[in-house]
Each structure stands twice: as structure tokens, then as C-alpha cells.
Design a binder for this molecule. Structure first.
Ligand SMILES: C[S@@+](CC[C@H](N)C(=O)[O-])C[C@H]1O[C@@H](n2cnc3c(N)ncnc32)[C@H](O)[C@@H]1O
Length: 229
């Protein structure tokens, strides 16, 4: 997906909120749902997110998932990337946490067979307290979720904890285009400074080989930040 649309024009580590920065009215309320979908509008937001899969595909490719990888996705939304990850981690394991019950239902439905087979485990939760032991995963990702974390640094520390030494992390965010229209999510993406702050925080925490890549999709630019535990 890809439909986050909140105001992330704050410093990294602070929560963002479309109610403060985004458009008003019914469309504004729909936009606001991308941060933690709930109710009918949240369901609709999930349906919209699931319609664009190019971002998920890019991140999954960057993670270079191997058949025996154990992969965690934080903020799985409607579960599109979970499907792609589980197709690749055929004899491994895919887990996900998301605080939204509506997203949990959609993602479980989308991945029902793999969940039943025990190859995929999806749970309610947040990046601030990941319900997994230390060094449990070989790969981890968060796609269009960072904007909503109450503390990016605390979330990255949790990801560092649950990744095994050498494990790979991929974070994807949309870049901000201030001139974009009110209902264009690019208006509410990360600035260059916010991406640089995430890179600096990763290094501070102890991640290594931190790098960034950019890719243009449908007239907007995505940034992927890669780092090794
Ligand atoms: C814009 S959606 C992106 C969903 C999916 N990754 C995608 O790209 O389609 C953001 C997701 O992050 C989740 N989220 C919000 N705050 C979170 C937190 N503190 N920890 C983990 N996930 C969070 C939301 O519930 C939502 O499902």
C-alpha cells in the first residue's frame, strides 16, 4: 500500500495526525483512517491500501527473502506484503503485528491458508512492544507505518532486539511533496531531513550498513532504508 496520509511533517519520534495536518471532511476522515484503521471507514481504507501493491513488492524484493527466513512485518495493514513474504519464506515463518483489529481481520482473511498452516502468525500489537523474544527474526520490514509510531527510536530499538545478528531491516516511506494536492498522500510523506534522522537513529542504535534507495511510483517517490542488525 500505500495509502498513508497523515502529517508526518514533524520531527522523527513524534506521532503524526491527519486531524492536525490533513484535509477535513469525510475524505479527511477516510485519510485519517490510514494511521490506525477502525470501523467501516477503516475497512474501506484497508480495501484502498490493498489495491496498490508495487510498494510492497519493492520492499519484499529488497529484503531478498529466502525459503527459510523468519520475517516480521510491523504495521501489516490489509496483509498484502505478508502474502508476498509467505510465498518466498516457504519453509520459514512470517509474523506481523498491527494495532488495528480491522486490519488484523483483513490480513488474516487474505492469508487464511498460511495462517491455518502455522506458516503465518498475525497479532494485534505495536512496534513499541513486539511480542517476540530477542533475535527471533532474520528479516523485518515496515511499509508506510513509521509515520504513525509514537517514537521512531523506541520502535527501531525493538526491531533491533528481535532481529538476529546479521538480520536485515527494510523501512519504506513516501517522500513529501509539499506542492501535492490536499488529498495526495505525497503531501504528508517524510522530508529528506526525516529520512536522514531515521538513518542517524539506526546507526546510533547499533545497526550497520545503513543505506537508502529511492524509487518513483505513479508520480510519487518512495524511500527505502535498509540496515543490518
Ligand atoms: C498506511 S497503513 C500501511 C499498511 C501496509 N503496511 C501497507 O503498506 O499497505 C499503516 C499501518 O500501520 C499500523 N500502525 C499504526 N501505528 C502503529 C504502531 N505503533 N505499531 C505498529 N503498527 C502501527 C496501522 O494500524 C496501519 O495498519
Amino acid at each position: 500500500m500505500s495509502g498513508e496520509a497523515t502529517g508526518s511533517n514533524q520531527s522523527v519520534g513524534e506521532p503524526s495526525s491527519v486531524t492536525r495536518h490533513g484535509p477535513a471532511g469525510v475524505l479527511g476522515r477516510l485519510f485519517g483512517q490510514f494511521g490506525r484503521p477502525s470501523g467501516l471507514l477503516g475497512h474501506l481504507a484497508g480495501v484502498l491500501m490493498a489495491r496498490s501493491t508495487a510498494d510492497d513488492q519493492w520492499v519484499v524484493e529488497l529484503l531478498d527473502v529466502q525459503p527459510d527466513d523468519r520475517v516480521l512485518e510491523v504495521g501489516f495493514g490489509p496483509g498484502v506484503a505478508v502474502t508476498l513474504l509467505a510465498e518466498r519464506a516457504r519453509v520459514g515463518f512470517v509474523a506481523g503485528v498491527d494495532p488495528s483489529e480491522v486490519m488484523l481481520r483483513q490480513a488474516v482473511r487474505r492469508n487464511r491458508a498460511a495462517v491455518r498452516a502455522g506458516r503465518v502468525e498475525l497479532r494485534l500489537g505495536t512496534v513499541s512492544a513486539l511480542p517476540y523474544p530477542d533475535a527471533h527474526f532474520t528479516k523485518a520490514c515496515a511499509i508506510h507505518s513509521l509515520y504513525f509510531w509514537p517514537s521512531v527510536e523506541a520502535g527501531l530499538r525493538e526491531l533491533h532486539r528481535v532481529l538476529a545478528p546479521g538480520g536485515l531491516l527494510a523501512l519504506a516511506v513516501r517522500m513529501q511533496r509539499p506542492q501535492a494536492g490536499r488529498f495526495d498522500p505525497s503531501r504528508y510523506g517524510f522530508t529528506d531531513e526525516q529520512v536522514a534522522a531515521v538513518v542517524a537513529t539506526l546507526s546510533l542504535i547499533g545497526f550497520r550498513d545503513v543505506s537508502t534507495q529511492r524509487k518513483a511510483f505513479r508520480g510519487e517517490t518512495l524511500a527505502a532504508i535498509l540496515a543490518r542488525r
